[in-house]
Design a protein around this ligand. Structure first.
Ligand code: BTN
Length: 244
């Protein structure tokens, strides 16, 4: 991954650029920018992307059924959490895609896929990591609940070597994704997740589900046991811990 890199000083959204070029690019091509003016988060939210972060999109062509594309979000989250752990910070994953340190978000992942019938043509893995910003660099309305690697580590991080380590880790996880049963990745993901066992409230565009998170399905859906003891699987949503 990352043999070919499209580097921008400023871009609207690396995911949007990656989607435009994905059809004609090889798997593993990277789009990366110093700042994004129209960074996008999940569920239509804005993603603040000032100088000092890593804002990138990886083009993948895994040739999988569309329903498995969400698995790649877990793959990416696991890879980010692993490299952050390598620099000595206790990164945990909050379902489905937040990587957090001490309960604060340091990375978000936005997976977008294009499919023909049920096969994906490409997947764009959009990864945003708050690296060398100070909290004051994040607008006040987004600051609560966010942190950066620099803030947590107490020192500046070399983004280039962090990116190299991340790409190697992502590549290893991606090879494992393509060659091993998905349960391998899922088990590693579960070991780093701080969601399972928690009382959660998950908001989807159509409704709110409350209960205890008891597991994740092989497609990455969260399994919730509700107060009436019935179970529900939620493939996408915003998850809040009842007791953080
Ligand atoms: C989220 O947690 O809501 C997902 C945030 C994803 C942000 C990244 S930054 C690089 C890529 N380009 C975007 O516009 N979004 C993703």
């Amino acid at each position: 991954l990352g043999k070919k890199i499209h580097y921008f000083e400023e871009v609207s959204s690396t995911n949007s650029v990656a989607k435009e070029i994905a059809a004609s690019e090889e798997e593993g091509t990277l789009v990366i920018a110093e700042i994004q003016k129209g960074g996008r988060g999940r569920m239509g939210r804005e993603w603040v992307s000032p100088h000092g972060g890593i804002w990138m999109s990886v083009i993948l062509k895994p040739g999988i059924p569309l329903r498995h594309a969400s698995r790649l979000t877990l793959v990416a989250g696991l890879a980010v959490a692993n490299v952050i752990r390598e620099i000595g910070l206790d990164a945990r994953i909050k379902w489905p895609n937040d990587v957090r340190i001490n309960g604060k978000k340091v990375c978000g992942i936005l997976t977008e896929a294009k499919a023909e019938v049920d096969r994906v043509d490409y997947v764009v893995l959009g990864i945003g990591i708050n690296v060398n910003m100070d909290l004051k660099d994040i607008p006040e309305s987004f600051r609560a609940g966010s942190t950066t690697l620099k803030v947590e580590l107490g020192k500046h991080i070399r983004r280039v070597s962090f990116l190299q380590d991340f790409l190697l880790e992502l590549e290893q996880q991606y090879i494992s994704f393509k060659t091993q049963p998905f349960s391998h990745i899922l088990n590693d993901w579960l070991a780093l997740s701080d969601t399972i066992g928690k009382e959660v409230k998950v908001t989807t565009p159509s409704r709110i589900i409350e209960g205890r998170a008891i597991g994740v399905t092989p497609d990455g859906a969260l399994i919730i046991r509700k107060a009436d003891d019935t179970k529900e699987e939620i493939i996408a949503g915003r998850c809040i811990y009842a007791r953080p």
